[in-house]
Design a protein around this ligand. Structure first.
Ligand SMILES: NC(=O)c1cc2c(=O)c3cc(F)ccc3oc2nc1N
Length: 330
C-alpha cells in the first residue's frame, strides 16, 4: 500500500485514538459497550500498524501505550499532597447512633448522609494534568505511597485522558471483580501456583508487580470516590462530586444513596448486607459521609481520620462464604 502522507496518517491516528478511547470508556467505565470486540480489535490493530509506520506520532494517551515496555527495578516513593487518611469503624447500630450524635453537636446544619458501598480493594491516588493521567500511587502509610503509574495505566477503567483538561488528584479503590478472582485462582491452581485468599489480596498482589504486563492480565477495575481542589469542579456535596467525576470520564459506583436520618442509614446497611453476595465485586461495608462539604469542613478531622465519615463494617466471616458460594467455574 502506498505510504500514506504524514497528515493523512496523523489524522487517521487521531481519529482512531478518539474512537478507541471512547469504546474503552463505554466498555470499562460505563459497562455498556457500543461495538463488538471484533470491531474494536480491527481498529486497534489498524492504529498499531499506523504507529509502527510513524513512531514519531505515538502519544502517551494512545490505547496502545497502556502496557509499559520495561520491567521496573523497583517502585519510587510518592509524597501525597494531602494525607490519604483511614476511616473510623462502626460495627453495629449503636456505633452508628453514637457517630450521629457526636457529629450533630459539631454543626448547626441539618445532617444529610451519603452512603457508598465500601469496595474491598486497594486505595489509590490518580493525578491528572490538563486531562492526562500522569501519576498513580498507593496509599502507603498515608503520607508516602509507591508510584505504580505503570500498573495503573493497564487498568482499562482508568482513562488515560479525561474529557476535560482538568488538573487535579482523584482517589478511589482499585479492585479485582469476583469473576476475575475465581478465574485467576483456577488458572493458578492448575499451574500449581499458590492461590490468592481473597480479591483484595489478588488486587494488591497485581499492583505490586514490577512487570506491568502481569498487572494488565489481571482484569482490575476501579471506583473513584474523592478529589482534591473540588472548587475547580464547582461542586458542594459528595453526591455532586461523584456525578461530576462521572461526567469527566471517571468510574464511580452507582449504588450510592442519600438519607436524612441515621435510622434510614441503618436500614440501608441491612439492605446491602442482604444483597452483597450478588454484587460482582467484594465490599466489606458501607461508607457513611456527611454529604455537604461545608458541613464536612465544620465537623473536621481527628489526627488520623475524618470526623464526618465512618465505615460501617459487615461481619468478616461472611467474606469467605461469599467467595466460597460462587460455584468454582473452571
Ligand atoms: N473503599 C471505599 O469504597 C471507600 C473508601 C473511602 C476512604 O478510605 C476514605 C478515607 C477518607 F479519609 C475520607 C473519605 C474516604 O471515602 C471513602 N469512600 C469509599 N467509597
Amino acid at each position: 500500500m502506498a505510504k500514506e502522507s504524514l497528515t493523512e496518517a496523523q489524522e487517521r491516528i487521531e481519529t482512531l485514538k478518539t474512537l478507541l478511547n471512547r469504546y474503552s470508556y463505554e466498555y470499562y467505565v460505563l459497562d455498556k459497550p457500543s461495538i463488538s470486540d471484533k470491531e474494536y480489535d480491527q481498529q486497534y490493530h489498524e492504529l498499531e500498524k499506523l504507529e509502527k509506520a510513524h513512531p514519531e506520532l505515538i502519544t502517551n494517551d494512545s490505547p496502545t501505550q497502556r502496557i509499559g515496555g520495561t520491567i521496573l527495578p523497583g517502585f519510587t516513593k510518592v509524597q501525597h499532597d494531602s494525607p490519604m487518611l483511614s476511616l473510623g469503624n462502626a460495627f453495629n447500630q449503636e456505633d452508628l447512633l453514637q457517630f450521629h450524635q457526636r457529629i450533630s453537636k459539631l454543626t448547626g446544619q441539618p445532617l444529610q448522609y451519603i452512603c457508598e458501598l465500601k469496595i474491598d480493594g486497594l486505595a489509590v491516588s490518580l493525578k491528572y494534568e490538563n486531562g492526562l493521567f500522569t501519576q498513580g500511587a498507593t496509599r502507603g502509610d498515608g503520607n508516602t505511597g509507591e508510584d505504580i503509574t505503570q500498573n495503573l495505566r493497564t487498568v482499562k477503567a482508568i482513562p488515560l485522558r479525561l474529557n476535560e483538561p482538568l488538573t487535579f488528584e482523584v482517589r478511589g479503590e482499585c479492585y479485582m471483580p469476583k469473576a476475575s478472582f475465581v478465574q485467576l485462582n483456577a488458572d493458578r491452581d492448575e499451574k500449581g501456583l499458590e492461590i490468592f485468599a481473597n480479591p483484595r489480596n489478588a488486587a494488591a498482589g497485581s499492583l505490586r508487580q514490577l512487570d506491568s504486563s502481569i498487572a494488565a492480565s489481571r482484569n482490575l477495575s476501579i471506583y473513584l470516590y474523592s478529589a482534591t481542589n473540588f472548587e475547580q469542579l464547582a461542586v458542594e456535596t459528595q453526591d455532586a462530586l461523584l456525578n461530576r467525576l462521572a461526567q469527566v470520564g471517571l468510574r464511580t459506583n452507582p449504588e450510592r444513596r442519600l438519607f436524612d436520618s441515621i435510622e434510614e442509614v441503618w436500614a440501608f446497611t441491612e439492605e446491602i448486607a442482604a444483597k452483597r453476595k450478588d454484587l460482582p465485586y467484594e465490599i466489606d461495608g458501607i461508607v457513611i459521609k456527611v454529604n455537604a462539604f461545608a458541613a464536612q469542613e465544620e465537623i473536621g478531622y481527628t489526627v488520623k481520620a475524618p470526623r464526618w465519615a465512618i465505615a460501617y463494617k459487615f461481619k468478616a466471616e461472611e467474606a469467605e462464604t461469599i467467595v466460597r458460594d460462587i460455584e468454582w467455574t473452571v
